[in-house]
Design a protein around this ligand. Structure first.
Ligand code: AMP
Length: 208
């Protein structure tokens, strides 16, 4: 399984990715998680990325591309991978194509988790994320059900940043729906349903 997940922030990409990882043992490559880890560690990359993330903007490609290349080269990614949050614009998609070509592999699918904007705004403003493992749940969950870590509200899940992130998505990431459509790789699932219903369709769409 070698797939790219597309969809607005809060569409449920991470949740579906987590389920696929649990069931099929593939690598979950989330650029958002990788960047948040860099911010937490206060690495040079993290310090530079933080301002963009807090503003709901994309981090410059040069900072993200190397992270993904390195992660794709790790052992667990040889069994397959789910790219969650990458690519986020056409330039990143082209880099990914070239990188995968060089590795002699090709994508199986680009899966769009489709959810309307008003639903997204409600979801993101009540979303809580685990500081340790990145697991997400709704408001009111204080302890991570997966690892026992602390659940918190991401800075960029606050109302003023959510709108900016959705604008960024529409302007820069949504064109990828066409990009992968033209390559015949696009699959679309209605993400505005209970997690397990969405997941059942995801498995059918991916032929699992
Ligand atoms: P996410 O957890 O995927 O919603 O990502 C959180 C934030 O990290 C985004 O709003 C961006 O600022 C940044 N980010 C994540 N993935 C990328 C990417 N592929 N390219 C640029 N910025 C990214």
């Amino acid at each position: 399984m070698k797939i790219v997940l597309l969809g607005a922030p809060g569409a449920g990409k991470g949740t579906q990715a987590q389920k696929l990882v649990e069931d099929y043992g593939v690598a979950h490559i989330s650029t958002g998680d990788l960047l948040r880890a860099a911010v937490k560690a206060q690495s040079k990359l993290g310090v530079e990325a933080k301002g963009y993330m807090d503003a709901g903007k994309l981090v410059p490609d040069r900072l993200v591309v190397d992270l993904v290349k390195e992660r794709l080269g790790q052992d667990d990614a040889k069994r397959g991978f789910i790219l969650d949050g990458f690519p986020r614009n056409t330039a990143q998609a082209e880099v990914l194509d070239r990188e995968l070509d060089a590795m002699g592999i090709s994508l199986d699918a680009a899966l769009l988790v489709d959810v309307a904007a008003d639903v997204i705004i409600n979801r993101l403003s009540s979303r809580r994320t685990c500081r340790s493992c990145g697991y997400t749940a709704g408001a009111g969950v204080d302890v991570c059900p997966r690892c026992g870590g602390e659940m918190y509200q991401r800075d960029d899940d606050k109302p003023e940043t959510i709108k900016k992130r959705l604008d960024t998505y529409r302007e820069q990431t949504e064109p990828l729906v066409d990009y992968y459509g033209k390559k015949g790789l696009l699959k679309k699932v209605d993400g505005d349903r209970p997690v397990d219903e969405v997941y059942a369709d995801v498995k059918v769409l991916l032929g699992l």
